[in-house]
Design a binder for this molecule. Structure first.
Ligand SMILES: NC(=O)c1ccc[n+]([C@@H]2O[C@H](COP(=O)([O-])OP(=O)(O)OC[C@H]3O[C@@H](n4cnc5c(N)ncnc54)[C@H](O)[C@@H]3O)[C@@H](O)[C@H]2O)c1
Length: 357
């Protein structure tokens, strides 16, 4: 990747910042676009300024652009000023639940913002590789139709053929998405279209739970990160429905960025992949509460609300077979315990710093 010019949108967020650091380490010229809109969505706890400061400190060839991806003229001007080889589009309104309060803003950021970037790429650097961070919420609640069995601490798939989880063939329409899932599905389809119709090197990654120490975790987004924060700070955590046995697969932001790197080295046109931690990195809510409790030696204060979140998955594990078959050098390098250790260490440092200040 040396001497490539890389654009990362959402560069102060979890995946964006990991991408900036990674490609900067590879010797690329890296441009980041982020207007700290996470703070507008989630208030002060969502503020990503600390992460931008960290990037500015720790990188060699990174330029930050405080721009809004909804601003088509600003995106056009940026793409006229630099010739990008790789575009990693991570900027988003990322919360399933938040979208219902801000439907227009959610759609503008997730759908329109993505089209602005796809079109700027087509006009100014059509040979570039374009990666869209999409989500498993594009499947809506269709994954809940798979027969499940109830185990002591988690739900699991009942049939052996579902053991590896959800594949890309799961349908994306005629299901309840949440407005977020629908705006992301719009972006997902448009990105695929630019790949198929215009023949561009577009990759759509449908994320499970993407996580890591650089998440500005808030209650409405960033499951493990917020769970650790709540445990360490003693605040009350609410578990919604499914007896707390709902299952998520978790992938470290580094492994997501490694997948992006693999695709960029051998791109295809308009491909879609599920991208999560897979079965080995899956955990249920009550298992996570227990495991974090043992690791931090602190008991989480939590309450059960006997109503599930609208459109929430009961058991979601990403089947990674398709990505693995196209990119056999890629693998999960961070286990769930490693991920948790990193998040706990990072949050403990933040806590110590804030109590000392
Ligand atoms: N974290 C997850 O669990 C998860 C799961 C599935 C999919 N995804 C997807 O992955 C991508 C990255 O997620 P993340 O966890 O890094 O999110 P994040 O919120 O940590 O980062 C997104 C960044 O985009 C910025 N941003 C938002 N709107 C913007 C705008 N209009 N213009 C410029 N910048 C803007 C925010 O300030 C934030 O820093 C998103 O598309 C998200 O939907 C995330």
């Amino acid at each position: 990747m040396a001497s490539k010019t890389v654009l990362v949108t959402g560069s102060s967020g979890l995946i964006g910042s990991e991408a900036v650091e990674h490609f900067d380490r590879q010797g690329c010229e890296v441009h980041g676009v982020d207007n700290n809109m996470r703070r507008i969505f989630f208030g002060d706890p969502g503020d990503t300024t600390w992460n931008l400061d960290r990037l500015r400190r720790d990188t060699n060839n990174f330029t930050h652009h405080d721009l809004d991806i909804r601003d088509r003229i600003a995106m056009e001007t940026l793409f006229r000023s630099y010739r990008f080889d790789l575009i990693i589009h991570c900027a988003a309104q990322p919360s399933h639940d938040k979208a219902r309060d801000i439907p227009i803003l959610d759609f503008e950021v997730n759908a329109l913002g993505t089209v602005n970037l796809l079109e700027a790429t087509r006009l100014h650097c059509p040979e570039a590789v374009f990666i869209l961070l999409s989500t498993n919420k594009v499947y809506g609640d269709a994954p809940n139709e798979i027969p499940l069995k109830e185990l002591e601490t988690r739900w699991d798939y009942a049939r052996p053929e579902d053991y590896n989880g959800i594949t890309e063939s799961c349908r994306i329409d005629r299901t309840l998405h949440s407005l977020f899932g629908a705006s992301k599905a719009s972006a997902d389809l448009m990105a695929q279209e630019y790949g198929r119709y215009f023949g561009m090197k577009v990759c759509v990654l449908r994320g499970g739970c993407l996580t890591g120490p650089s998440h500005s975790g808030v209650e409405l987004h960033g499951f493990l990160s917020y769970l650790v924060k709540a445990t360490l700070t003693g605040r009350t955590y609410s578990v919604f429905g499914y007896k707390g046995k709902q299952v998520r697969d978790n992938i470290h932001s580094y492994d997501v960025v490694r997948a992006i790197e693999e695709f960029a080295a051998n791109p295809r046109r308009g491909e879609v992949y599920n991208m999560g931690g897979g079965r080995e990195n899956s955990i249920s809510m009550i298992e996570a509460i227990d495991r974090i409790g043992r690791m931090t030696r602190k008991e989480l204060n939590w309450r059960y609300v006997d109503e599930s979140r609208k459109g929430d998955h009961i058991c979601y594990i990403s089947d990674l077979s398709k990505f693995r078959s196209h990119y056999p050098h890629w693998r999960i390098t961070r286990s769930l315990d490693t991920i948790l250790e990193e998040i706990i260490a990072a949050q403990s440092r933040l806590q110590t710093a804030s109590s000392g200040s």
